[in-house]
Ligand binder design. Structure first.
Ligand code: NI
Length: 388
């Protein structure tokens, strides 16, 4: 069963929504017009319930199936926010807002979930409830977490949750997924080392912070190479190293370093944090200096649960004819991870063809992917909650 006929009929209409959203990008939590557009469409479709202002500017819609004999509830999620990038596509529906652009295809995700919502509200060919989740601030603002903290999962009784992301380089209308870790966690750290500044010619009267911090940088490289299981994937990089000395004959009093840790394994993530703290503090202490470590936890690892991945893959296969069900994980991060921490579910890649990579000023979402994306949402719902 390929793309649903009704969704093919709706292709032009959904493309119109997508291009409207593309021309009017909004950032982070300030997605007021986009959220309003979503809520207006859901009203038009006569979904059963619409709630705005969840996770500041998120929108939740509810569609009840023709029957509800088993109390099943499935969440479908799309992200609504754009990026602070100046668009360089030259398209006739390009961004009308200077310095803002839908360069990650969230306009496509939102439009495809709206298309699925219209179809599901028309047909209601399922037994249970669909919760439509439109979130703000995926790009660095943890909008998914904000919606979860507003009680998203419990308030709407979501039992499993699914999302998709377009993927440049993958053929349009094809799907790729894997069980387990699909996208990395991303944490930043800052280490401030304080010693005792002094004259370069009298190091015995000082505590040379530059030397202490250098030992810390070298020792941090032992975290991945000596404490992480070699078959696990972790990256640790120290990206900045700034002393407060401005002269060659001055021993620095403080050194500030910043770095990042990426991993596909939640246990490695916790271990890396513990080791970074210990190495920085204890190495500094061994030299008579001190180190303050600030850990800024970013998005968690995006972990697809096994059973729900199989359901997502089966729906994709039904739509596209085949599916890559064991694609390689990649190291960007994604805040849908927070929803997957609360409920079982899965995240899938939808091919976006031969376009510039996401976050590039020449990136463009391919509207030819729309029928496949909409059909995947719908197929998933009708398969997971069949009318008996
Ligand atoms: Ni994105």
């Amino acid at each position: 069963m390929p793309v649903k006929n009704r969704l093919s009929e709706m292709h032009d209409e959904i493309t119109g929504w997508r291009r409207h959203l593309h021309a009017h990008p909004e950032l982070m939590y300030n997605v007021h017009e986009t959220a309003g557009f979503v809520a207006d469409r859901l009203k038009e479709f006569q979904v059963d319930d619409i709630t705005t202002g969840i996770g500041k500017t998120g929108v939740v819609g509810v569609i009840k199936g023709r029957t509800d004999t088993r109390g099943r509830v499935i969440g479908l999620r799309a992200d609504m926010d754009a990026l602070p990038i100046e668009e360089a596509t030259g398209l006739d529906y390009a961004s009308t807002v200077a310095g803002k652009m839908h360069a990650c295809g969230h306009d496509g995700h939102t439009s495809m979930l709206l298309g699925a919502a219209k179809y599901l509200a028309e047909t209601r060919n399922f037994d249970g409830t669909v919760v439509l989740i439109f979130q703000p601030a995926e790009e660095g603002g943890a909008g998914a977490l904000a919606m979860c903290r507003d009680g998203l999962m419990d308030r709407w009784g979501v039992q499993e949750v699914y999302g998709l992301h377009n993927m440049p380089g993958l053929a349009v209308g094809t799907f790729a997924i894997r069980p387990g870790a699909l996208l990395a966690s991303s944490d930043d750290f800052e280490i401030v080392v304080t010693g005792k500044g002094g004259h370069a010619a009298a190091p015995h009267d000082a505590v040379d912070t530059t030397l202490v911090a250098s030992h810390i940088v070298v020792a941090l490289q032992s975290v991945v190479s000596r404490t992480i299981d070699p078959i696990k994937r972790v990256v640790l990089t120290v990206g900045t190293f700034v002393t407060d000395s401005a002269a060659s004959n001055v021993i620095a009093h403080t050194v500030r370093m910043q770095g990042t840790v990426r991993t596909l394994d939640p246990e490695c993530r916790a271990l890396a944090e513990e080791r970074v703290r210990r190495i920085a503090e204890d190495t500094a202490s061994a030299f008579g200096a001190s180190a303050q470590v600030k850990w800024n936890a970013g998005y968690p690892v995006t972990v697809n649960s096994v059973q729900e991945t199989a359901h997502a893959a089966a729906a994709a296969e039904a739509v596209a004819g085949s599916v890559n069900a064991n694609t390689d994980p990649i190291m960007p991060s994604e805040d849908f991870a927070y929803m997957l921490e609360e409920r079982p579910g899965a995240y899938i890649f939808l091919g976006n063809g031969d376009t510039a990579m996401c976050h590039h000023p020449e990136y463009n979402f391919d509207d030819d992917a729309i029928p496949a994306g909409c059909s995947w949402f719908v197929e998933l719902v009708e398969r997971r909650m069949p009318v008996t």
